[in-house]
Design a protein around this ligand. Structure first.
Ligand code: CTP
Ligand code: MG
Length: 224
């Protein structure tokens, strides 16, 4: 069924680690903003009925004018969790009978449409929550407050998590009703005891976080 999927794009962060003059989602990358690139990529996935853009309050008027009917813009909150919560409520206000919600970082501009389809397919297959994951390339250490190594977790059971993360609407709604904060939405869902499925992520879905990531994205767009 087309249009039973809504997407919330979290784009309300400042981008402190990128240290550009504008908030990260509004930084230009090869002639388009990160936000525009992410919206275009999501729109290329036929399944997504409504896209909600959660943006910094001072960008709201500009984004509303720019995207018009293509997306609904709302202003975000202090933490990413708050932004997602606000976006989810806005999305369900417009499409109250949506079955599935995708939560996606604006900063993952090169996310292949196929990854989005894989997440949606897992939801349609019955998963209540789905996250794309990749094996880690580096060995991970735990350290104490003094920077001394306290352990080396078994890398084979660790995964790096990407977005889009997908949820049955009721599951994400319940997760956010608890008013908790987590670095990702699946974290909230896990703490409710709901099984979170994984699909294989894609290296191209990397998050633009640092200036090096921006240069990588530039290079990939110039020479795919
Ligand atoms: N985000 C958001 N609302 C916040 C914080 C973050 O919508 N209050 C969004 C960002 O815009 C980004 C995504 O969540 O698309 C992932 O967050 P991150 O990469 O940490 O972006 P920023 O928080 O903007 O960057 P930084 O942490 O370096 O300041
Ligand atoms: Mg952040």
């Amino acid at each position: 069924v087309l249009g039973d999927v809504v997407a919330v794009v979290s784009a309300a962060g400042r981008g402190l680690r990128l240290s550009e003059a504008t908030p990260k989602a509004f930084v230009q990358l090869a002639g388009k903003t990160l936000l525009r690139r992410t919206v275009d990529a999501l729109s290329a996935v036929g399944d997504v009925g409504l896209i909600v853009l959660v943006v910094p309050q001072e960008m709201l008027a500009q984004v509303t004018a720019e995207f018009g009917d293509g997306a609904l813009a709302v202003s975000g909150g202090v933490e990413r969790t708050h932004s997602v919560r606000l976006g989810m409520h806005a999305a369900l206000g417009v499409v109250p009978d949506a079955k599935y919600v995708l939560v996606h970082d604006a900063a993952r501009v090169l996310t292949p449409p196929q990854l989005v389809r894989d997440v949606v397919a897992a939801l349609r297959g019955g998963a209540e929550a789905v996250v794309p994951v990749l094996p880690l390339v580096d060995t991970i250490k735990t350290v104490d407050a003094n920077g001394m190594v306290t352990g080396t977790p078994d890398r084979s059971s660790l995964r790096a998590v990407q977005t889009p993360q997908g949820f049955r609407v009721e599951v994400l709604r319940r997760a956010h009703a608890a008013e908790l904060v987590a670095t990702d939405d699946a974290g909230l869902v896990e703490s409710m005891g709901v099984a979170v499925h994984t699909v294989l992520g894609d290296p191209m879905a990397f998050k633009i976080t640092t200036p090096l990531d921006l240069r990588l994205a530039q290079t990939l767009l110039e020479r795919p």
